[in-house]
Ligand binder design. Structure first.
Ligand code: HEC
Ligand code: HEC
Length: 297
């Protein structure tokens, strides 16, 4: 049974936690030097909270969200485009409701990453929402897929089948039924599954298996993962991490048409997935590209 890296046992995090003068012999160039990260965190942790600075506090005027979120982009990469190594996830362009829910999850203990939780803990829910919207509105191109783990072609085919068709025998809907036919997510609460590194996908699916990651109850993803044997999960993540991004990478505007989700797969963080569609005829044609928003690639 494969083990998945999780924030608690990730060798990368172990290295990341080591002080700057630690003795890690490996790949220092892949990690930001500690002093840089900490300087960014210290300088900007206070600016994150600047909207609540008291009148007496003489604060440097920092008026852009880009400045205020420098503490975040120290880990999440420039403009939230992801860290260099598959461990610090991309934030840019993910649906705002999804990002907001994740910030709440870290703040409320349904996801765990202490260094980050400490930063978001003191912030109001409204401000978490503003940060989520800021990153959601950033439109950046995605990198090409890089997964090159060894896996037999028939396993990849199995992964593709589970993603696009599910497995009726196990009561498993296709991933596309919730994550959108293009797998780019669905507004406002469902993330896309493409453009994510294999390590990140494995870590997240593994974290749901072990209960390290939870979503608002009822937690449909916990249920999905429970219905997939571990080797098939690897097949799924390996297939996903090899797919090129479609031309239109925006999250779909609405839930794809399809059979109603079973009652035991309701998603607390995305209740709209279970809302019956009013009139199928009112749906836009499948794959309808949304008109480009705000001058994107
Ligand atoms: C010290 C590094 C670090 C800092 C600083 C940091 N994060 Fe994170 N963040 C992470 C890691 C690592 C994860 C993934 C943890 C996991 O695998 O569950 C993450 C996950 C997230 C997620 C969930 C992403 C997803 O797709 O599910 C969001 C949203 C997020 N961070 C936002 C922020 C914001 C906003 C800030 C600034 C207030 C911030 N982070 C600061 C390291 C950091
Ligand atoms: C019943 C609806 C549903 C189905 C089916 C479903 N998902 Fe999800 N998935 C969600 C929701 C909702 C979230 C957001 C959870 C949250 O708010 O934390 C999510 C989140 C995820 C994430 C986290 C993404 C990130 O950036 O951290 C991954 C990975 C994922 N799903 C993979 C899959 C895979 C693979 C399948 C198919 C085998 C699948 N999901 C099927 C509803 C679904």
């Amino acid at each position: 049974m494969p083990t998945f890296p999780s924030p608690q046992n990730s060798p990368l995090l172990a290295r990341f936690k080591r002080p700057a003068n630690g003795t890690s012999p490996t790949t220092p160039q892949r990690l930001r030097p500690w002093p840089v990260v900490w300087a960014a965190l210290v300088v900007t942790a206070s600016s994150l909270a600047s909207p609540w600075a008291t009148a007496q506090t003489p604060v440097r005027v920092i008026d852009s969200m880009a400045e205020r979120t420098r503490a975040c982009t120290a880990c999440h990469g420039d403009q939230g485009r992801a860290g260099p190594d598959g461990y610090y996830p991309r934030l840019a362009g993910k649906p705002a409701g999804y990002l907001h829910n994740q910030l709440r999850n870290f703040a409320q203990g349904r996801r765990h990453y202490e260094l980050m939780a400490r930063l978001v803990d003191p912030l109001s829910d409204a401000y978490l929402g503003e940060m989520a919207q800021y990153f959601a509105d950033l439109k950046l191109p995605y990198p090409s897929p890089t997964a090159n783990n060894t896996i037999a072609p028939e396993r990849l085919a199995k992964g593709q089948q589970l993603v696009t068709q599910g497995d009726a025998a196990r009561g498993l809907p296709a991933c596309t039924q919730c994550h959108g036919v293009r797998l780019t997510g669905v507004q406002p609460n469902v993330p896309g599954l493409l453009g994510l590194p294999l390590d990140y996908l494995n870590a997240q699916l593994g974290a749901w298996q072990t209960g390290q990651r939870r979503a608002h109850a009822p937690d449909c993803m916990a249920e999905v993962v429970k219905r997939i044997p571990a080797p098939d999960l690897i097949a799924v993540s390996s297939w996903l991490a090899r797919q090129p991004l479609p031309a239109d990478t925006h999250p779909a505007e609405r839930v794809p048409p399809g059979p109603a989700l079973p009652e035991d797969l309701r998603c607390g963080s995305a209740p709209e997935l279970s809302t019956p569609l009013a009139a199928p005829s009112a749906l836009p044609p499948q794959h309808a590209a949304k008109p480009a928003q705000k001058g994107q690639p």
